[in-house]
Design a protein. Structure first.
Length: 408
C-alpha cells in the first residue's frame, strides 16, 4: 500500500484556492484533504509551493513519446483531436504512469482532400518510426461529402473507440489554400445530429467566423479553435454563448499561424532544458500561413468570450516535432497558452481552471481535473504561486500520475 502526504503547500483545487493544507494520496487516489499526515506516510514537503491538479491540454495530436514529454511539464491528460489513440489502441498508455493519459476523437469527418491534408508537403508520409511494427487495424478515415456518408461513419467511429466526434469545417483560407474541399451545412448537420443520437460529444475545427456560424447552426458542443480571420462582434459572442458551447482558443496555434514563434518560450531555461533538439527547433519555428492576422484581435475575442461566461478550455494543437508545424511543443505550449489567456485579460485562476476543472467537466472526465477526495491523484507541485503569477506553472517541483511520482 502506497501512502503519500503532501504537506505545507498551498492548494488550488481546480476551481478555488484552499489555502495551505495537507493532501493525502493512497493507491493512486486522493483520499483526504486537510488532515494530519498519518504514521508511515511518505512526506512530501510542499512549503513554498502550490499543488495543482494535473493539467489537461484540450487539443493535441500525439504519440507515446509526446505524451511522455507532456507529463514532464505536468500535463497529465491530453485530448487528441485527430489521431490514433482511440480506446482500441491505448491500453498500453492507460496503464503507463510514465506518460500522460489520452482521449481521442480518432480522425475527424472531412471531405476527401479536405483539411488537414493541405498542411503537409506532397512527399510527406506520416507513420511509425523506422523499424517499428504497426499495431492494430489501420485508422478509420471518415471522408464524407454527403449527409448519408457522414451519418454512416458515426457508429463506425464509436465502434472503433472514438471518445468524441470531430468535424472539420475549413475552406483553407486561413492556411493559404482557399477553395479547399469542405463539409457543407447539410452534411455537417446530419453528422452532428447522428452523433448526438448516439450520445456523443461533438467538436468542430473552425478558424473563421463563417465556419463558427456553421458549427453553431449544426448544434456542435464545442469549438476546438477560435476564429482568427476578423475581430469579434457582440453578435457572434452572443451566438456562441446562447449555444452553450465551450471554446478551446488555441491562441498559441493562432499566433504560430501569424508567424509568431515560440522562441521566447524556448529560451526560458525551465523549458529549453526539457526539450530535445527536434522539439527545440520546432518550438522556435511557426506555421506562418496567415501573416495578415492580428493576435490582439484574437486576445480581445478570448476576453469577450470569458466576460460572456463561455467556458474556455486551454489547448495548443501541438502535434509532431516538425518545423512546418512549428511554434508548439507538447507540455511546454500549454504553459504558454496559460500565459496568453492571462495576457488576454483572464485572471491566473481563470486560466488555471481552463486547464483543469473546466476541460474535465466539459469532456465528461469526472475522475480528474480537480483535487478532491476520491479522484485520481494526477497532481502538479510547482514552486511559487501561479494563482497570482501564471508563469510559476513552469516551476515544476513534482508531478504525479495516478499517485505515481514521475522520475526525471
Amino acid at each position: 500500500m502506497s501512502l503519500t502526504a503532501i504537506t505545507g503547500a498551498q492548494v488550488f483545487d481546480g476551481e478555488n484556492t484552499l489555502g495551505v493544507t495537507t493532501v493525502l494520496v493512497e493507491n493512486g487516489s486522493i483520499t483526504r484533504i486537510g488532515c494530519e499526515a498519518p504514521p508511515g506516510a511518505q512526506i512530501v514537503d510542499g512549503r513554498g509551493a502550490t499543488l495543482l491538479p494535473g493539467l489537461i491540454d484540450a487539443h493535441v495530436h500525439t504519440s507515446r513519446e509526446a505524451l511522455a514529454l507532456a507529463l514532464r511539464f505536468g500535463v497529465t491528460t491530453e485530448l487528441e483531436m485527430q489521431g490514433t489513440n482511440t480506446r482500441e489502441n491505448r491500453a498500453h498508455i492507460s496503464d503507463d504512469d510514465t506518460v500522460a493519459d489520452v482521449r481521442s476523437s480518432g480522425f475527424g469527418i472531412t471531405p476527401p482532400g479536405g483539411h488537414p491534408s493541405e498542411l503537409f508537403p506532397k512527399d510527406f508520409r506520416p507513420g511509425p518510426p523506422a523499424g517499428a511494427k504497426p499495431t492494430g487495424p489501420p485508422p478509420l478515415m471518415p471522408h464524407s461529402t454527403t449527409p448519408e456518408e457522414a451519418v454512416a461513419f458515426i457508429p463506425q467511429l464509436i465502434e472503433r473507440g472514438s471518445d468524441y466526434i470531430k468535424f472539420m469545417i475549413d475552406d483553407g483560407s486561413v492556411e493559404g489554400h482557399p477553395g479547399l474541399p469542405m463539409l457543407d451545412q447539410a452534411t455537417l448537420n446530419a453528422g452532428v445530429a447522428e452523433a448526438k443520437r448516439h450520445g456523443m460529444l461533438t467538436v468542430a475545427h473552425t478558424l473563421t467566423v463563417d465556419a463558427t456560424r456553421m458549427a453553431i447552426e449544426a448544434g456542435i458542443d464545442g469549438l476546438v479553435h477560435l476564429f482568427m480571420d476578423q475581430p469579434h462582434t457582440e453578435e457572434i459572442i452572443g451566438l456562441v454563448k446562447d449555444a452553450r458551447m465551450f471554446v478551446v482558443p488555441c491562441v498559441v496555434l493562432n499566433a504560430s499561424m501569424m508567424g509568431i514563434t515560440g522562441t521566447e518560450l524556448a529560451d526560458d531555461p525551465r523549458v529549453g532544458s526539457r526539450l530535445d533538439t527536434d522539439w527545440d527547433k520546432t518550438l522556435r519555428s511557426s506555421f506562418g500561413h496567415y501573416p495578415q492576422g492580428k493576435i490582439d484581435d484574437v486576445l480581445a475575442t478570448v476576453k469577450a468570450l470569458s466576460d460572456a461566461g463561455v467556458d474556455l478550455l486551454a489547448g495548443t494543437d501541438v502535434s509532431m516535432p516538425l518545423p512546418f508545424l512549428g511554434g508548439l511543443a507538447h507540455g511546454a505550449s500549454l504553459h504558454h497558452e496559460l500565459q496568453y489567456l492571462v495576457r488576454a485579460g483572464l485572471t491566473p485562476a481563470q486560466a488555471l481552471r481552463a486547464a483543469t476543472a473546466t476541460p474535465a467537466r466539459r469532456f465528461g472526465l469526472g475522475d480528474r481535473g480537480r483535487i478532491a477526495e476520491g479522484l485520481r491523484a494526477d497532481l502538479l507541485l510547482v514552486d511559487g504561486d501561479p494563482t497570482t503569477t501564471i508563469t510559476d506553472t513552469l516551476n515544476t517541483r513534482a508531478v504525479w500520475r495516478r499517485g505515481t511520482r514521475l522520475t526525471v
